[in-house]
Write a protein that binds this ligand. Structure first.
Ligand code: G6P
Length: 756
């Protein structure tokens, strides 16, 4: 039933019922009113005729005809039905034509019966008996008879008019009801829509203007607006959560988000390390290298899926030779899918910004690995210069006013604010790939306020774990004048808001490097052959950059302890440590290199014998396919980071084991330990515990390995890198949507204000 009929039908029924009850009542009143009317009229006729009648009655003979004529005239002129006259003796002396026979003189005897209504067959008659008096003597009674059929007609008319009246009232009330209902409904709907779009949220800053009054929601909505908005937010979050868990996360899902949620908006990535490095070999041949960087491993599949632009430092010796005149190079070389924009840095700039401030300052500052940070003023200068250079290049590369810019890591803490100044409408998502320290640790940085302010230029700021987000909140709370809202996970500073979120990074699933792998048995055989190991020797692997945060020394000490405690593994167990050389011009890294080599040598000397080395150390770069082969060949993988944002090696090892075998030993100080809880979680500083974990791993039954590995594989599959990026992009899309609504509302406000 249409909405308006739902109002009108009950209204019409109610009015019809009232009319039905009212009509007999009105009928009765109208009749009584007519009777009273005729009572008065009868008396009036008697009064006005009295003098003439008395005269005629006193006349001598012959006056009878005159009385009769007089009565006939009255009947004609006064619209009276009939007249009769009863003389003193009670005899009906005169009557006009049609005087009803049922009316007789006795009716006037009783004063109360002088006026009466008689029901005859032809209809009701009103009889009024009035005494005619002369000189205090009653000469007789004048009987005036009125036909009351007019009263019946009047009643019928009244009934009809009442019905018309009620019908008219019903129509008018129904019309008014429908119109008002329609107007209010539209107001409610508009109000609801505004609420659902979050417009009322955005309206408050303009509360005082005329325009805002014009824009105000239906007043009755206001009290519930806040609750409703909270509900909508919850529903949105729930829907997003549901959508997220129901999505099959892969390149297609990312492309869909870009197409549908971001409407094809432009995506730019900024990182220090580039995903493809062109280097010139001694024989002058140009080689392409993939760097050992968790960040690159994670972002490469994203930028492929989004066909964006990746802006990075061109650090390779042949990088300049391979770009076009705009410093662009299309990659991957086999199937170009996106472009790198290379940024050139002088040797001094690289030294100050990258080696100095980033890796001797911020890196040890953020990692609890007991290496002192070094902060030099010239490094800080270079850090600012290089961040500014990148910000200029981002603005140059952007084809639109409001691109999505993914800023990566601690090399670019100042960049978000600088980009915000150049592209105020950009959505800047900064991701901090390393841990964030507590305020005490961070407080030693001489330029801590500048770094924090730079980061808060971001629209969204991401960390791997909630713990790091909380540390960041505490740090901002301690050092900046900012409003930290831990309920909505946001920070407001200088009129801008940054959402701070946890996005645990991951790897692509299935990993491209796995596609080219032979079966596990073949990998085992090949790796053992290459290392000169017997086929039955158990193999452990460690894959890292040669970095003091990775706990490689502690790992070797645990291996030594294992061999001490369980000599049966001597000759039966080999640990292959792959360490990609990293930041080698920094003293700390050179020292580490020397110490790692020395410790491996000492342990090998102690437990090695002809052709057997418990530790095989390969300080050289390995590509992804080689690393995946090692993962598949090993019984265990040991990740012993002393502090690590996430650690993707742990996830890669799990992804590589499609045979559901192999044991992961994982440091409790990695972000990954929060997700991969089926690993053997250890404190890498606790050498005894770590040695025991290795022993346990080497003895673990295939069933237990399978159960643990399957569960970890499911997790990495579900929470892969596409989901990591997808969640950030969805959050960016939500933010951009809100901003568009806000600008529409503001536009409308300006127009309203202009019109007012
Ligand atoms: C860590 C950092 C990355 C960096 C990578 C390799 O994973 O978070 O930003 O790229 O180490 O270090 P490098 O200095 O060689 O780029």
């Amino acid at each position: 039933m249409p909405l308006s009929l739902r109002f009108v039908v009950p209204l019409a029924l109610a009015l019809a019922a009232i009319a039905y009850a009212v009509v007999p009542l009105v009928d009765r009143f109208t009749f009584q009113w007519s009777v009273r009317d005729l009572d008065a009229r009868g008396a009036l006729i008697a009064k006005t005729t009295q003098d003439t009648l008395v005269e005629l009655l006193r006349e001598p003979r012959g006056s009878r005809q005159r009385v009769q004529r007089y009565f006939d005239r009255i009947v004609q002129s006064e619209r009276v039905y009939a007249i009769g006259f009863c003389d003193r003796t009670g005899k009906l002396a005169y009557t006009t034509a049609g005087f009803p026979s049922v009316v007789h003189c006795a009716q006037g005897d009783n004063a109360e019966e002088r006026n009466s209504v008689m029901q005859l067959e032809d209809g009701p008659l009103h009889v009024s008996v009035n005494p005619i008096v002369a000189d205090n003597t009653v000469l007789g009674n004048l009987i005036v008879v009125h036909d009351m059929s007019f009263a019946q007609r009047r009643s019928a008319d009244t009934r009809k008019y009442i019905l018309y009246l009620f019908a008219a009232i019903a129509t008018v009330v129904a019309l008014i009801t429908v119109i008002i209902a329609e107007i209010s409904w539209r107001g409610w709907v508009a109000g609801m829509r505004a609420l659902l779009k979050g417009e009322t949220l955005l309206r408050s800053p303009m509360a005082s203007s005329t325009a805002s009054n014009a824009l105000a929601t239906t007043p009755e909505l206001r009290p519930i607006a806040r609750d409703l908005q909270a509900l909508v937010r919850d529903l949105e979050a729930e829907r997003q959560g549901r959508d997220e868990s129901q999505t099959t996360w892969g390149p297609e899902a990312l492309r869909r988000i870009l197409r549908q949620d971001l409407k094809g908006d432009e995506v730019l990535i900024v990182s220090n390390r580039e995903p493809y490095i062109h280097t010139r070999r001694r024989d002058n041949v140009i080689e392409i290298q993939r760097p050992a960087s968790g960040l690159v491993t994670a972002l490469e599949p994203i930028v492929r899926a989004t066909s964006g632009t990746w802006i990075a430092h061109g650090a390779g010796s042949a990088d300049r030779d391979t770009v076009d005149r705009h410093d662009h190079v299309m990659v991957p070389p086999e199937h170009p899918a996106y472009r790198i924009r290379r940024v050139w840095l002088s040797r001094e700039e690289e030294q100050g910004y990258y080696y100095g401030f980033s890796n001797e300052g911020l890196w040890p500052l953020c990692h609890i690995a007991h290496t002192r940070p070094v902060f030099r003023a010239p490094d800080w200068e270079y850090y600012q210069t290089v961040n500014k250079r990148f910000a200029d290049i981002v603005a140059q590369e952007a084809r639109t006013e409001d691109p999505i810019i993914l800023v990566q890591d601690y090399h670019f803490a100042l960049l978000p604010r600088m980009v915000r100044e150049r592209l105020p409408r950009a959505t800047i998502i900064a991701f901090w790939h390393i841990p964030w320290p507590n305020p005490e640790a961070f407080g030693i940085l001489p330029w801590r306020e500048e770094i924090l302010e730079g980061m808060l230029g971001s629209s969204i700021l991401g960390f791997h774990t909630q713990f790091h987000c909380n540390n960041f909140f505490d740090t901002v709370d301690r050092f900046l004048e900012a409003r930290v809202d831990r309920e909505t996970f946001s920070i407001s500073h200088g009129g801008e808001t940054t959402e701070v979120r946890r996005y645990p990074i991951s790897i692509e699933w299935p990993p491209a490097a796995l596609q080219v792998q032979p079966p596990v048995a073949e990998c085992r055989a090949r790796v053992r052959d290459a290392l000169g190991l017997r086929r039955d020797v158990k193999l452990g692997v460690g894959v890292d950059r040669l970095d003091y945060t990775k706990g490689i020394l502690e790992r070797f000490m645990a291996i030594e302890r294992l061999l001490e405690l369980e000599p049966r593994w001597v000759g039966q167990f080999t640990f292959l440590q792959v360490a990609a050389p990293s930041r080698s011009s920094i003293d700390e890294y050179q020292n580490l290199d020397a110490r790692v080599r020395a410790l491996a040598d000492r342990i090998n000397e102690r437990f090695g014998s002809d052709g057997y080395q418990p530790i095989v150390l390969k300080i050289e770069h390995h590509d992804a396919a080689q690393v995946y082969e090692l993962y598949r060949a090993a019984e265990l993988c040991y990740v012993s980071s002393l502090h690590d944002g996430m650690n993707l090696v742990a996830k890669e090892f799990v992804a590589a084991r499609d045979d559901d075998q192999g044991v992961l030993i994982l440091s409790q100080f990695t972000g990954a330990a929060r997700e991969l809880v089926e690993a053997l979680i250890v404190n890498p500083y606790d050498i005894e515990q770590s040695a025991a974990a290795m022993h346990l791993a080497l003895n673990m039954s295939p069933e237990e390995q399978r159960a643990r590995m399957r569960s970890m594989r499911n997790l990495v599959q579900d929470f892969n890198v596409y989901r990591w990026a997808g969640r950030m992009l969805l959050d960016a899309a939500r933010m951009r949507h809100r901003r568009r609504v806000l600008s529409r509302v503001r536009g409308a406000a300006h127009r309203q204000a202009g019109a007012a």
